[in-house]
Design a protein around this ligand. Structure first.
Ligand code: NOJ
Ligand code: CA
Length: 687
């Protein structure tokens, strides 16, 4: 059986990359067309008076109208006109690959590729290669800039890629080039009201098509924002270096993929693996040391102002307190204990980017080595914390030593942080002067990549806050587990007008999280925290907090609340203990952006299924069709649902926990209160 499977897989892989056409041509008037394998999407590339353009059709209807492509360079040359086609080639691939961990174990990469080599007309030596990959549910394209005559280096002053929409679609977006990175509430508006936006950005057409624009494999380039240039057209707007150059490097240079996901349902966008398919395979080899899991930590208590990161009477990261968390984690089966504020550097204004943190020296009241040993003895692992405060050069100097220390102490994961604002990150230039860089510029992209590589070298998993946006590099570096990059739970502790509204978690699965996992830190049971911060609160029911573990995918999920709040509610806490973080498969059963979503996922290591269903501020009844269950089996559903009177505003603690026999014919009716949810574990019934 095993051998047969191996042989079959091999045969499949061998036939995966087959050239299905080749055409060398210099005829520029005719569009060069490539269709997706199932003929759903079609891309037409066309040189218009020597200027490269592309358009995308879905079943004959325009998704992207004729849109410009190319770059402006510092040399004064432009790679956006004066071209002819040297060669073009269509190939096809159909390959299934396996994620070492993830929301979906096996992923099919089935696409047709069109690769076009452009050369300058006349005696111009300029060259540009554009590659399109066309899937049934999306398109990716990227640029390769080969050596240009004698030029070995390049400085890009502007990327001219457009996304010209045929109509003023509804759009969910957050603003780019603002001070607070990706941490904004989403705006739901016609796209004509958007100015400059981060990706992923999601659209809904009048015909009910869902489209998301983003990028894949951002490893050495500036992040791409999208600026509306008038009407319904966006243009790439790369985050610049301090000197105004948008991206620089040695030739040949390859851009990230520009991606367009297109689905008939919003859930289809979530079950769409285009971004991962466009990333390079695992570069780390044996990754058996990488393990998804759940963690608790000394964290929420700081956000509630019960304890402090800095030293002194309120210091949270003390040996004694950490031992309490380790005991709690061990008792309830958590894998890790995050400890923030353990290291020297929190006592000054740590957000000013000066970089005074040490990533190896603990505060005197924190016995790092003793605690690491204590955790190990209890079968859990400490999770390190590297808040840089955007002192990035200070961190760069220490990363190797810092991750080596983790390895030595058995610290298997590190949460990092880059609190700092706007174009405010100090970089020392070759001339010794200080330059101010953006979080999302190329220099920071290179920094984050160095951190991923250094942590991988020492077998440490990463959870990055204030990150570079996810573009799927977890496929290449599977130790890059999860990240923030949106308003997380912490905004609820801080309160005020930035705190999350009940619809927030019904938007991010269809926007930010199309990029990849998020460390949202769900699981707040004391949603009113009246003792600690009476003026703020979490705007959900507690059943919805449970549902978030399934709806919001993260391979490392936190149980964010204080241990005493879990101990006070052991019955709902059982769900957090039972839910897993590594999945065989993911299915979005229903949903509408900003309104509700129901997601079902199957455990990778057992026959259990988990379902999470959440709603915005409106109560509603949804149906979960369980036809995905095995036909010949009987199951039990453990249901954690809103009580009939539950309401995020008036009655957030009302929860009902009940069991029901179910099978593949069951259609579960779930009544969700306003701002509520339901979390379900489905296990096989004992025979
Ligand atoms: C912001 C992070 O998102 C949060 O989780 C962390 O506690 C603080 N920075 C301090 O590093
Ligand atoms: Ca943050």
């Amino acid at each position: 059986m095993g051998l047969l499977r191996t042989l079959k897989t091999k045969r499949f892989m061998l036939s995966a990359i087959v050239a299905i056409g080749f055409a060398a041509q210099s005829v520029n008037a005719e569009p060069v067309v490539v269709e997706s394998p199932g003929k759903v999407l079609k891309v037409a590339f066309e040189l218009k008076d020597g200027a490269p353009t592309y358009s995308v059709l879905r079943k004959g209807d325009a998704v992207i109208n004729s849109s410009k492509m190319g770059f402006k360079l510092k040399s004064g040359e432009s790679l956006d006109s004066g071209f002819q086609i040297a060669t073009s080639k269509v190939t096809s691939a159909d390959e299934t690959w396996t994620q070492p961990w993830g929301e979906q174990k096996d992923i099919r990469d089935h696409h047709n590729q069109l690769r076009i080599d452009l050369e300058g007309t006349g005696d111009s030596s300029k060259k540009l290669t554009i590659t399109f990959r066309v899937f049934d549910d999306g398109v990716g394209f990227r640029y390769e800039i080969p050596e240009q005559g004698d030029a070995k280096q390049i400085e890009i002053m502007d990327e001219l890629t457009e996304f010209a929409f045929p109509a003023d679609h509804r759009c969910w977006w957050i603003p780019a080039f603002e001070s607070n990175r990706y941490e904004y509430r989403y705006t739901d508006s016609p796209l004509s009201k958007a100015t400059v936006v981060h990706t992923p950005v999601t659209f809904k057409t009048k015909a009910g098509l869902y489209i998301s624009l983003h990028e894949a494999a951002l490893t050495d380039f500036s992040s791409m924002a999208l600026r509306r240039t008038g009407g319904t057209t966006f243009e790439a707007d790369l985050y610049p270096w301090a000197d105004g150059v948008k991206s620089r490097g040695a030739l040949p240079m390859t851009s990230p993929w520009r991606t367009i996901q297109v689905n008939e349902s919003p859930g289809g966008l979530i079950e769409n693996y285009l971004i991962l398919n466009l990333n390079e395979p695992n570069k780390l080899g044996d990754v058996s040391w990488i393990k998804p899991g759940k963690y608790v930590g000394i964290w929420w208590e700081m956000h509630l102002n019960v304890s402090s990161w800095h030293s002194g009477e309120k210091h949270g990261a003390t040996t004694e307190n950490t031992k309490r968390y380790i005991d709690f984690a061990a008792k309830h089966g958590f894998d890790g204990v995050l400890v923030e504020g353990w290291n020297i550097g929190w006592d000054d204004d740590w957000m000013n980017g000066e970089g005074k943190f040490s990533f190896t020296k603990p505060y005197p009241d924190y016995d790092l080595e003793g605690l690491a040993a204590y955790a190990k003895e209890k079968g859990v692992s400490l999770i390190g914390h590297h808040e840089t405060g955007c002192g990035v050069e200070n961190y760069d100097k220490q990363i190797d030593e810092a991750f080596a220390l983790c390895k030595k102490l058995g610290i298997r994961a590190v949460k990092s942080g880059y609190v700092g604002f706007g174009q405010g990150i100090n970089r020392t230039g070759a001339d010794g002067k200080t330059y101010k860089e953006w979080h999302h510029g190329q220099w920071m992209v290179q920094h984050y990549r160095r951190v991923v590589e250094a942590s991988a070298k020492h077998h440490v998993m990463l959870d990055v806050h204030e990150p570079i946006k996810d573009t799927g590099i977890r496929r290449t570096y599977p130790n890059m587990m999860t990240r923030e990059g949106a308003n997380g739970q912490e905004y609820n502790a801080w309160g005020g007008e930035k705190s999350n509204l009940p619809d927030h978690t019904t938007i991010i699965p269809f926007t930010r999280m199309l990029a990849g996992p998020m460390d949202f830190t769900p699981g707040i049971f004391d949603v009113l925290f009246e003792k600690e911060q009476p003026n703020d609160r979490v705007r959900t029911t507690i059943a919805k907090q449970l549902a978030l573990y399934v709806v919001l995918y993260s391979p490392l999920h936190m149980a964010a609340d204080l241990p005493k709040n879990y101990e006070a509610k052991p019955e709902p806490f059982q769900f957090i203990k039972d839910v897993v973080t590594d999945w065989e498969t993911t299915k979005v059963l229903n949903g509408e952006i900003g309104d509700y979503i129901t997601t079902a996922r199957k455990d990778r290591n057992s026959d259990d299924w988990f379902i999470g269903s959440i709603t915005d501020e409106n109560g509603r009844t949804v149906e979960a069709d369980l036809s995905f269950l095995d036909k010949d089996r009987k199951y039990t559903a453990q249901i954690y649902r809103d009580g009939d009177d539950a309401d995020w505003d008036k009655n957030p603690y009302s929860i009902v926990i009940e069991e029901k026999p179910v099978d593949s014919n069951t259609k579960l009716t779930l009544k969700l209160g306003p701002g509520g949810g339901a979390a379900i574990r489905i296990t096989q019934a004992v025979k």
